[in-house]
Design a protein around this ligand. Structure first.
Ligand code: PMV
Length: 315
């Protein structure tokens, strides 16, 4: 039996930052994202006559150390649904690192969906979201399109994403600005752990997210673009304040990240619609309107020679 599934990546406007249960990936707070139309993962799962799983990523066989996370995840799924089959997984990422998005959201959502199809588990979308969450927290949101909220919950069954508006008619687009330099990578898991453990502001973050989620949902319902932009940018900056205020302090920002934030402020002073959001890395995603995007793109490319820009729409 072989089945294939596709999932698209998403960008959080209200970030998930901190796990209250590491194993189940239960977050301290809700989060809210926008699924994108361009970057996706295709995953094929085949049941094989073997007592070991085999994983190919972009047509290359991964060895056991490389794919420990995926092997552990497949073991989790077997335990959840009490079966013993092993799989050959063929996964192709259409989320180029050069586009500045992480592939874990689309990757684990596609893998969960492929296993669901191959094993004919008949999972509802809610159950699929739970299953994807067990691979990577942000993957729980990639089960749906458009605006999606991941409800934190308190145990495995109550922590899943729900769609807010799967096909929003709203004039927003995203410009990803990729900084072509490699900085030392701190995984999101490590970053979250350090922030929760040692930032004196972590309790404030939990309070802030609960009010920003309410505000942004209202803004989405009213199609208040400026509000959506303002809240998203403020939320992203607050998340990064948790890294700076951790002990020891750390940051995902590169010098160019700060420069881009300043350019975005300049663009707003010129009257253009542009707001920043940043994940666990140096790249900046600029929330634009369809009208402002080409001007924002030209300006950023003029001011900074060593960056690549990529456009994405709501998907
Ligand atoms: O799902 P993870 O473990 O890759 O964590 C994602 C963390 C952020 O991208 C920074 C925020 C988010 O909500 O996607």
């Amino acid at each position: 039996m072989t089945r294939t599934a596709r999932a698209y990546t998403n960008i959080a406007l209200i970030k998930y930052w901190g796990k209250k249960n590491k194993q189940l990936k239960l977050p301290y707070t809700n989060s809210l994202s926008l699924t994108l139309d361009r970057f996706y993962t295709d995953t094929k799962a085949t049941i094989i006559d073997s007592d070991k799983d085999v994983v190919y990523l972009n047509n290359q066989l991964l060895d056991d150390t490389q794919n420990k996370r995926i092997l552990n995840y497949l073991e989790t799924i077997r335990n959840f649904y009490s079966f013993t089959d092993h799989f050959q997984i063929d996964t192709v990422n259409h989320v180029p690192t050069s586009a500045g998005f992480a592939s874990s959201a689309s990757g684990f959502a596609a893998l969960a969906a492929a296993i669901n199809e191959t094993k004919q588990l008949d999972l509802s979308r809610q159950e699929l979201s739970i299953l994807a969450r067990n691979g990577s927290g942000s993957a729980s949101r990639s089960i749906y399109g458009g605006f999606v909220e991941w409800q934190a919950g308190h145990d495995n069954e109550s922590s899943f994403a729900v769609p807010i508006d799967e096909t929003p008619e709203i004039d927003l687009a995203l410009l990803s600005v990729v900084i072509n330099k490699h900085s030392k990578k701190i995984s999101s898991t490590m970053g979250m752990e350090n922030s929760v453990k040692s930032s004196p502001f972590y309790p404030n973050w939990v309070t802030l997210v609960s009010s920003e989620i309410k505000e942004i949902k209202q803004a989405i319902a009213q199609k208040d673009l400026q509000k959506i932009g303002e809240i998203s940018e403020h939320n992203a900056m607050s998340m990064h304040a948790l890294t700076l205020s951790a002990d020891p302090s750390f940051t995902y920002f590169a010098p160019e990240t700060i420069r881009i934030i300043q350019l975005i402020q300049e663009l707003r002073r010129k009257g253009l619609f542009a707001y920043a959001t940043i994940d666990a890395g140096p790249n900046v995603k600029i929330i634009c309107t369809k009208e402002s995007l080409p001007k924002v793109q030209t300006y950023i490319e003029q001011q900074l020679s060593d960056v690549t820009t990529v456009v994405a729409n709501i998907g």
